[in-house]
Structure formats: structure tokens, C-alpha cells
Design a protein around this ligand. Structure first.
Ligand code: KG4
Ligand code: ZN
Length: 373
């Protein structure tokens, strides 16, 4: 199937997301257009707990999924000037995230997709959340930097950096993945979120650390860069998080960091910015060094970034500059497609659809630990 519309469903963590993506082959090349992209965020619900509470997340998915579906059809309906029923009848296949993720959250999306496939007799495609992040690179605008090569040519090396994962994935062709490195403990996004808490920043830590770090000096604190220069492509961020904790305790001479900044006025703000900037620099140094050494080893033609942390401007700029120096293409999705969304799931579905690779709904299951292969 070459020209198809895919409905994507994503509920692996704390975003209830439904999207419709149209895929076409134009002179042999896939062109993907987003017809609707609804994300019902639960950030406000979880912010008061400082992180995602699985039980709260799955209940919120239950409440949000039907309204999200209606909104996705509505926005398609407006664009296609058709009725809601027509909008649904124009969908050719359903793509749904089956894992990895929180099991209670995954089950909501997976069972919704199965019921929909049964009721409408449409084919269904199970998608790994991580391949979804990778395929966000095949939708939407490409690099606007003129000097930058922005084509995607295989072999591709993709650095996936999200709240749950940090992996380097080698792809010699579409839909074939070889994980060449991953984190031994915390994911990069998880480290951002934990350090965000230590710095008393709102959840999620990543975007807030990035904001605060802008006015900080990244050289003020020398935080550890674990496994750098080692002969592997793995990562470790838990020591870095602990180093930040000790530094805060040391500075404040307090057992708990909670009041270290609040009571210190302007000086406290400067300190916060310097710690944020130095922490961010340590994470990015490791991510960039490991990615470039893997790119050299596997002689790739394209370096790609994916996942929520890929929204970080410093990370994008550093990896883009290094890729350019190395003479390879660089790709990163627009920021709104880096964090969890269903357009990336529908986009991945299109590539399976091209191969007529569908699965009977009876065989689809949620798997919290689904591996990329
Ligand atoms: O991909 P994602 O939306 O969800 C998972 O699959 O985990 O990633 C969320 C993660 C969070 O840890 C968040 O703090 C981080 O991405 N993040 C960022 C930025 N925006 C989101 N980290 C650093 N800089 C950002 N601008
Ligand atoms: Zn994700």
C-alpha cells in the first residue's frame, strides 16, 4: 500500500496522543504529512508528585482517549472537509504503541486500538515506542540550516534520548535496528528530571534546566563524565546525578538540598543557573562523544537525534556541528515531535504499511519491556 492514511495511538507514559498521518510515495520517496496531531498532556496532573505516577497516568488515559480520538477526527475533518464518520472511513490502518512503557498506560491504548480495528475491520500495526521516536525524523520540516546536509541516507546512527531510554541505534535500512550502546542505569532525560528536582525546578526537569542553564556558566562545576573515552558506546548517568546532589549539600552545608536556593536570594539563583549549566554540559559532552565515536566506527552516512531530550537546543547544535565536521548528514525532528506524540507512531506505521506488514488484532499485546530489533 503506497498512498495511505494511518491513525496513530500513543499512551506509553503520560501523554494520551492520537494523530492521523498521510503517507505517499513521490518518485519512490516517502512523503509524510500530518493531518492531525492531538496530545492530551498529563504534565499538570503529575507535576505535584514531581514525576509520573503510573496509576494516575492509566486512569487519565482512560478519561482522555475518546476525547483525543474525537479531536483528531475533527481536525482531519476540517482539513479534508469531510464528516467525522467519513474521516474515520478514510483511515486505512491503525498503528499503536505496544511498548516499552508503563503497562497500565500501554494497555489503554492497545485495547482501544484493538476494539477500533475489530469494529472498523481495519488492519493494525504494533509499534515499538523507540522506533516511533526514530521515525519522527521522517515527518515534517527538515533542517533549516543551509550549510547542513539534511538528507537521510543509510547507514543511519540514531541517538535516542528520552525520559526512559538512552540508546545508540544503528540502522542499515528501514525498520531494522541494532542497538550498539545503551545506558547502564538512568536515562539522560531521567537524570535531567532528577537534577531538576534537586534544583527545585518544576517537573519535567529537562526543559526547565535548559531554561535556567542559559544564564549559567557551564564551566563553574566539574561534574563527572562517566564512561567517556572508554571503548564502548554505553552510558551511565546515575553518578552524575549523585555528584550534583553532593555538590548542593556541600554548598549549602545542609543535609537536604530543599532550602539551599530559596533562602539564598540572587546568589541562590546564580548558583542554580551555574549548576544547571554545568550538569547540562556534562550530559551533552558524553552524548556527543559517544555518538561521534560510534559514527566513526560504523561509518554511517547520517546521524539522527530522537526522543524528548532531543528538544534541547545545545545538544542539537553540538551534534549538528560535529556531524557537519565529520561530513555526514544530520537530522532531528522539530521540537514538538521530539517529545511523545502519536504522529511519530503513525509515521512508523506507514513504513510497515508499505510492506503490507499488518498484524491481526487478536495477536497484539502490550509489553512493558518490548525490545527494539
Ligand atoms: O520522549 P519523551 O517525551 O518521553 C519518554 O519517552 O520518556 O521524553 C521526556 C523526557 C523528559 O525526561 C524531559 O525532561 C526530557 O525528555 N526533555 C528535555 C527537554 N525537553 C524534554 N531534556 C532536556 N532538554 C529539553 N529541552
Ligand atoms: Zn518517548
Amino acid at each position: 500500500m503506497e498512498n495511505i492514511k494511518i491513525l496513530g495511538i500513543e499512551t506509553s507514559c503520560d501523554e494520551t496522543a492520537i494523530a492521523i498521518v498521510e503517507g505517499k510515495l513521490i518518485t519512490g520517496k516517502p512523503k509524510l504529512t500530518i493531518l492531525s496531531n492531538i496530545i492530551s498532556s498529563q504534565i499538570d496532573l503529575h507535576a505535584k508528585y514531581g514525576g509520573v505516577v503510573p496509576e494516575v497516568a492509566s486512569r487519565a488515559h482512560m478519561e482522555n482517549i475518546v476525547p483525543a480520538m474525537k479531536a483528531a477526527l475533527k481536525s482531519h475533518e476540517l482539513k479534508a472537509r469531510s464528516s467525522k464518520l467519513l474521516a474515520l472511513s478514510q483511515i486505512d490502518a491503525i498503528a499503536v504503541t505496544c511498548g516499552p512503557g508503563l503497562i497500565g498506560s500501554l494497555l489503554v491504548g492497545v485495547n482501544f486500538a484493538k476494539a477500533l480495528a475489530y469494529a472498523t475491520a481495519k488492519p493494525i500495526i504494533p509499534i515499538n515506542h523507540l522506533e516511533g521516536h526514530i521515525y519522527a525524523n521522517f515527518v515534517g520540516e527538515k533542517s533549516k540550516v543551509k550549510s547542513q546536509k539534511s538528507k537521510i541516507e543509510f547507514p543511519v546512527l540514531c541517538l535516542i534520548v528520552s525520559g526512559g531510554h538512552t540508546s545508540l541505534v544503528l540502522m542499515k535500512k528501514h525498520l531494522k535496528y541494532q542497538v550498539v550502546g545503551e545506558t547502564w542505569d538512568d536515562a539522560a532525560g531521567e537524570a535531567f528530571d532528577k537534577v531538576g528536582k534537586l534544583l527545585e525546578l518544576p517537573y519535567p526537569g529537562g526543559p526547565n534546566i535548559e531554561k535556567v542553564a542559559k544564564s549559567g556558566n557551564p564551566k563553574s562545576f566539574k561534574f563527572p563524565r562517566a564512561l567517556m573515552g572508554k571503548n564502548n558506546f554505553n552510558f551511565s548517568f546515575s553518578g552524575l546525578k549523585t555528584a550534583v546532589l553532593y555538590e548542593i549539600r556541600n554548598i549549602s552545608k545542609l543535609k537536604a538540598p530543599a532550602t539551599a536556593f530559596a533562602s539564598a536570594g540572587r546568589q541562590g539563583l546564580k548558583l542554580k543557573a551555574d549548576i544547571a549549566a554545568s550538569f547540562q554540559e556534562a550530559v551533552i559532552d558524553v552524548l556527543v562523544e559517544k555518538t561521534m565515536s560510534a559514527a566513526r566506527k560504523y561509518q554511517v552516512k547520517t546521524i539522527m537525534l530522537a526522543g524528548g531530550v532531543a528538544a534541547n537546543q545545545n545538544l542539537k547544535d553540538r551534534l549538528r556541528a560535529q556531524s557537519s565536521g565529520f561530513g555526514v548528514n544530520f537530522a532531528v525532528p522539530p521540537a514538538k515531535l521530539c517529545t511523545d506524540n502519536a504522529a511519530m507512531i503513525a509515521a512508523t506505521g506507514y513504513f510497515y504499511g508499505l510492506k503490507n506488514d499488518f498484524t491481526p488484532w487478536q495477536k497484539i499485546n502490550a509489553d512493558a519491556n518490548l525490545k527494539l530489533k
